[in-house]
Design a protein around this ligand. Structure first.
Ligand SMILES: C[S@@+](CC[C@H](N)C(=O)[O-])C[C@H]1O[C@@H](n2cnc3c(N)ncnc32)[C@H](O)[C@@H]1O
Length: 204
């Protein structure tokens, strides 16, 4: 549970810069539009959902969404935001994946995977593949290797303030995911001091 305390404190103090990143929301909407062209509705998993903004975007467009996060505070905030007919929030670790096999048409990870340490990637990916349907979509937003954070560090990862950050090149993302996923769209955006890769992948 490395990092859990960091996120717990961030939400308790409302220091959550990721929540206000407009370009992330715009690209989420854009990717949903592309997915919708293939499947009009379905079940979506919001991985490391925080306050559930990705899940919310999907439910607004008629999908059923399930958000999972290992910190309680943002889930409570998500529920306090009003009625959520098509949305459920689950307290759990994305390395344990408390879901049945092959249920999700879409999985969306907006800023969670880059906090998973390299040693846990295999566990994350095997769990993800287990819960996704064949040909399901995967939306992924992660840090790029371009920001000051990683240059100062001269490594593509850092463990700081009690949590792990990994900074990806597209080549590394391809090495990690290409075996199981087709890369459909690759976008980039800047938010605060970070640059993000936004990927739309489809399970082969
Ligand atoms: C940068 S925040 C992004 C939150 C949300 N996706 C958004 O876009 O607003 C990362 C989230 O991942 C969650 N998280 C990190 N590691 C996790 C894990 N192993 N299991 C479940 N949630 C995790 C954190 O608690 C945090 O809410």
């Amino acid at each position: 549970m490395r990092g859990r305390e960091f996120f717990k404190e961030s939400y308790a103090k409302s220091i959550t810069p990721w929540s206000g990143m407009k370009r992330v929301d715009e690209l989420t909407e854009e990717f949903i539009g592309l997915i919708r062209g293939e499947i009009p509705t379905g079940k979506v998993l919001d991985i490391g959902c925080g306050e559930g903004r990705v899940a919310r975007s999907f439910t607004r467009m008629g999908f059923d969404a399930y958000g999972i996060d290992y910190v309680t505070e943002p889930l409570v905030k998500a529920l306090e935001r009003g009625p959520l007919e098509r949305c459920s929030f689950i307290l759990g670790d994305v390395l344990s994946w408390p879901f049945r096999n092959g249920v999700f048409d879409i999985a969306a990870d907006n800023g969670c995977f880059h906090h998973v340490t390299k040693g846990d990637w295999k566990r994350y990916i095997s769990g993800l593949l287990r819960v996704m349907k064949p040909k399901a979509f995967f939306m992924l937003t992660v840090f790029t290797d371009e920001d000051m954070h990683s240059q100062r560090n001269k490594r593509n990862w850092i463990y700081h303030k009690g949590h792990y950050d990994h900074f990806f090149t597209i080549e590394e993302l391809k090495r990690v995911f290409e075996r199981w996923f087709e890369f459909m769209r690759i976008e980039k955006s800047r938010g605060g001091e970070y640059t993000f890769h936004h990927l739309l992948l489809r399970r082969i």
